[in-house]
Design a protein around this ligand. Structure first.
Ligand code: PRT
Ligand code: ZN
Length: 286
């Protein structure tokens, strides 16, 4: 067995389930109870370290772990030198500046001289500097959204997902300073044996992600529409075309991207496609 690749994941929180689900979808099995700090995968050369998300960049940089799954927001805030291997597409959020709804905001200049509460002083500091704004940054570790109502600050800089927290605290988002999602990070100086394991893991992650972003589609079409429909269905190479028992009709099978899905379906129907079936794909190797 190869030297295990150490992967740091969040022990409990918004990243944990999605991180562990991704690993499971890669066919890697491991003990399900996260009672300990460490666990070994049963069928892949990998060891898990269950940590607080804030500690993940530092532990990877300090060689305690080889790779980790963490939000870009935390990675940038910690400012450690790690390689971003892959954007993972989950735990999407943004880091935004918000002000009370009665505040008369006229662009970033309105932030001049304010007190701004945040858990992200480094990212905010760099942003304000770039914008030429001087403001007092108050670092607080949680419940940033209540800072204006308790008189600690006139503005906040916090993570926003649905925006419900801001609205329910009478705040309005005025500037987005970072778009974030979970990323797989690595030490830049990974030993070659571990890099090979990482490549294997990455291959599986990409197959899972491609599959999740695609749908398998089957449809019936009159033979005279096959060419028009084929042009709408690029598929992996080109669609499979099989004759139906009914004279003059065929069945076409292909793969469509999740993002283009509804638009493609409408165009297919317009071209005479019938009996359209859409099936999820488990893995996709390109
Ligand atoms: O205990 P540990 O330190 O490991 O976890 P944590 O409490 O520091 O982090 P956690 O689990 O809350 O979040 C982990 C990561 O998830 C963050 O670093 C982000 O990358 C990502 N993420 C995605 C979010 C959100 N969405 C999110 N909505 N992190 C925090 N929030 C909070 C935000 O701080 C605010 O209080 O949710 C509130 C806003 O949500 P909406 O939906 O009301 O806008
Ligand atoms: Zn944290």
């Amino acid at each position: 067995m190869k030297t295990p690749l150490k992967l740091a994941v969040q022990k409990s929180g918004r990243l944990s389930d999605a991180s562990l689900n991704l690993i499971k979808e890669c066919g890697i099995t491991f003990p399900t109870r996260i009672a300990k700090l460490k666990a070994h995968a049963f069928n892949f050369p990998m060891e898990f370290l269950y940590l607080r998300d804030d500690d993940i960049p530092g532990y990877v940089a300090d060689n305690v772990s080889d790779v980790g799954i963490v939000g870009e927001n935390v990675l940038l805030e910690k400012g450690v030198n790690l390689e971003v291997i892959e954007r993972l597409g989950f735990s999407k959020c943004r880091l935004s500046i918000a002000v009370p709804k009665e505040f008369e905001y006229h662009g970033v200049q309105s932030l001049q001289g304010l007190n701004i509460a945040t858990s992200y002083p480094n990212i905010l500091g760099k942003y304000l500097e770039k914008q030429g704004i001087t403001a007092a940054i108050h670092e607080i570790s949680g419940s940033v959204e209540i800072a204006p109502s308790i008189g600690l600050a006139e503005a906040v800089c916090d993570i926003v997902s649905t925006g419900i927290t801001l609205v329910s605290n009478g705040l309005v988002e005025v500037e987005t300073i970072l778009e974030s999602q979970a990323v797989l990070v690595s030490r830049p100086d990974l030993e070659s044996e571990k890099r090979q394991v990482l490549e294997q893991l990455l291959f599986r992650i990409r197959s899972v992600q491609t599959a999740n972003n695609s749908k398998y589609i089957l449809l019936n079409a009159p033979n005279h529409s096959i060419e028009e429909i084929t042009n709408m269905l690029p598929g992996m190479r080109s669609p499979t075309v099989l004759p139906l028992a009914q004279e003059g009709w065929s069945s076409l099978h292909s793969v469509v991207k999740e993002d283009d899905f509804w638009e493609v379906i409408e165009r297919l129907r317009g071209a005479g496609a019938e009996g359209i079936l859409v099936i999820p794909i488990e893995k996709m190797i390109l």
